[in-house]
Structure formats: structure tokens, C-alpha cells
Design a protein around this ligand. Structure first.
Ligand SMILES: Nc1nc2c(ncn2[C@@H]2O[C@H](COP(=O)(O)OP(=O)(O)O)[C@@H](O)[C@H]2O)c(=O)[nH]1
Ligand SMILES: [Mg+2]
Length: 243
């Protein structure tokens, strides 16, 4: 690899029924003027999200689509997308929601953050609380979930459940995808925990998270319980040197 080669990134956007949002996010990402491609990982959305993406791909070479034949969950969508990215020569891989909760204008902060770090988290809780339009109950749940995860796992970050983040290639290469157990919010905690335990440098940059205006949440109550148990699993595995 030559030293002059410009580093490139892949933004993975998982979708399930995001037809109303996806092309706006795609546009917002490309508008940042960064050397980024996008991979949409769609789980056979009944609303035709994949068809909308395919149509846009005709005039946009940097847009890619991975179509899966059923709804297999967010964590597995990301892992499939990450494997796709690692098979190609991307230096950075980003995670981003399709519902405009993650404003593309923060991508430069994540992107440039990766020049210094191995994992950069877009964090809602480092400069106060930066969440817009969530009911108080959901905000409290998220905030306490982060406190709980921090206490149980020791992971020194303010927002371990954030799904807006970027990995350096070597960080992902060090994680054994077949060992990753979780799928919802716990997936975010688990990936960050594994990277941190492997000795990678994790940095947080502030973002403001805005709840979706179109479409509905795809997260079930089950993903909360998954996270409650998963942090103990991670702590115990790490304690016995199995991570
Ligand atoms: N491919 C895929 N994407 C999913 C799945 N579940 C959620 N998503 C996407 O993951 C992102 C976050 O989900 P969302 O419903 O907004 O979760 P919330 O913000 O926590 O309510 C969105 O882009 C969803 O379309 C899934 O099973 N498969
Ligand atoms: Mg959302």
C-alpha cells in the first residue's frame, strides 16, 4: 500500500421499510464530500426500499446494495455488511441508521476522528444529553442503560449503545464475527467492548440524535432484555480471558 493512497470509507446503512428515508440519507452522506461509498443492507423490506436503492444506483456508482431474503436483525445485517466491506479495500467502516436520526453532517467528525483512533463513537451523552424528540421514558431508559453497561462491563464510554460510529479496518479484522452474540442495542455494546478489550483506541465525538419523523421503530422490547444479560456475559467472558 502506498503512503499517498487516500483512505476510503464505507457507510453501512441497514434498512427495514425505510423507503421514505433512505434516499435522503444517501444524498446527505454523499453531500459531505468525503471519500465514502454506501452499502445499504436491506432485509427484504415489503415497502420496496431495495427497489428505490437500485434505481438510485443507476446514476450513483458509489452506492451499493446487499439484499437479504428475510428480516434477520440489525446485528447480523451489520456483520454481513462489514464482511462485504472487508472483502473490498475500505480503510474505514461506518454504521448509520436509515431513519435520519443520525445526521450525515457528523460524518466528517467520525471520519477525521479515525485518523487518530481505531473506533470512533458518535455519542449522545458526552456534552449533556443530546437527544431530540424522544419521550422522557425512552431517554431515561437509554441513559440508564448506558450507565448500567458502563458499571457492569467497565467500558469507559458515555454512549455504548450508539449506532452511529466508525471502525478502522484493523479493528474489525480483530473481531471474530462468528463469536458476536447480540443483535439489538447489545450489538453496539458488544462490538465496542470487544474492540476496547482487544486494546484498540476508542474515542467519542458529540452528536445530536433526532428521533425519526417517518416510518416506525423496528426495535422490539426483546432487545432491551438482550442488553441486560449481554453485559454480564461480556464481563464474565472477559474475566475468564475468553474475549
Ligand atoms: N437490515 C435490517 N435493518 C434493520 C433491522 N431492524 C432495524 N433495522 C434498521 O436499523 C436502523 C435502526 O432501527 P430503528 O427502528 O430506527 O431503531 P430505533 O432508532 O432504536 O427505534 C434503521 O435503519 C432500521 O431500518 C433488521 O432486522 N434488518
Ligand atoms: Mg431509529
Amino acid at each position: 500500500m502506498s503512503a499517498e493512497r487516500r483512505e476510503r470509507g464505507l457507510v453501512i446503512i441497514p434498512t427495514y421499510n425505510e423507503k421514505e428515508n433512505i434516499l435522503r440519507v444517501v444524498r446527505g452522506v454523499f453531500d459531505q464530500g468525503l471519500p465514502l461509498d454506501i452499502l445499504v443492507v436491506d432485509d427484504a423490506s415489503p415497502d420496496g426500499t431495495a427497489a428505490a436503492v437500485e434505481e438510485a444506483m443507476v446514476s450513483e456508482r458509489r452506492l451499493h446494495l446487499l439484499s437479504r431474503d428475510g428480516k434477520y436483525g440489525l446485528g447480523s445485517a451489520y456483520l454481513d455488511g462489514m464482511a462485504w466491506g472487508l472483502e473490498r479495500d475500505y480503510d474505514f467502516v461506518f454504521e448509520m441508521d436509515a431513519d435520519l436520526s443520525h445526521d450525515p453532517r457528523y460524518l466528517p467528525d467520525l471520519f477525521w476522528g479515525l485518523k487518530e483512533a481505531d473506533l470512533v463513537l458518535g455519542s449522545r451523552y458526552i456534552k449533556g444529553v443530546n437527544v431530540v424528540n424522544w419521550p422522557l421514558t425512552r431517554l431515561l431508559l437509554s441513559w440508564f442503560a448506558n450507565l448500567y453497561a458502563r458499571i457492569i462491563t467497565g467500558l469507559p464510554v458515555a454512549d455504548s449503545t450508539s449506532g452511529f460510529k466508525g471502525f478502522r479496518r484493523r479493528t474489525l479484522e480483530a473481531i471474530e464475527f462468528g463469536e458476536v452474540r447480540s443483535d439489538g442495542y447489545a450489538f453496539q455494546i458488544e462490538m465496542t467492548f470487544r474492540a476496547w478489550k482487544a486494546g484498540f483506541r476508542v474515542v467519542e465525538v458529540p452528536i445530536v440524535f433526532v428521533d425519526r419523523r417517518s416510518g416506525v421503530s423496528k426495535m422490539s422490547k426483546g432487545v432491551i432484555w438482550e442488553a441486560v444479560w449481554m453485559v454480564w456475559y461480556l464481563r464474565l467472558r472477559a474475566l475468564f480471558g475468553r474475549l
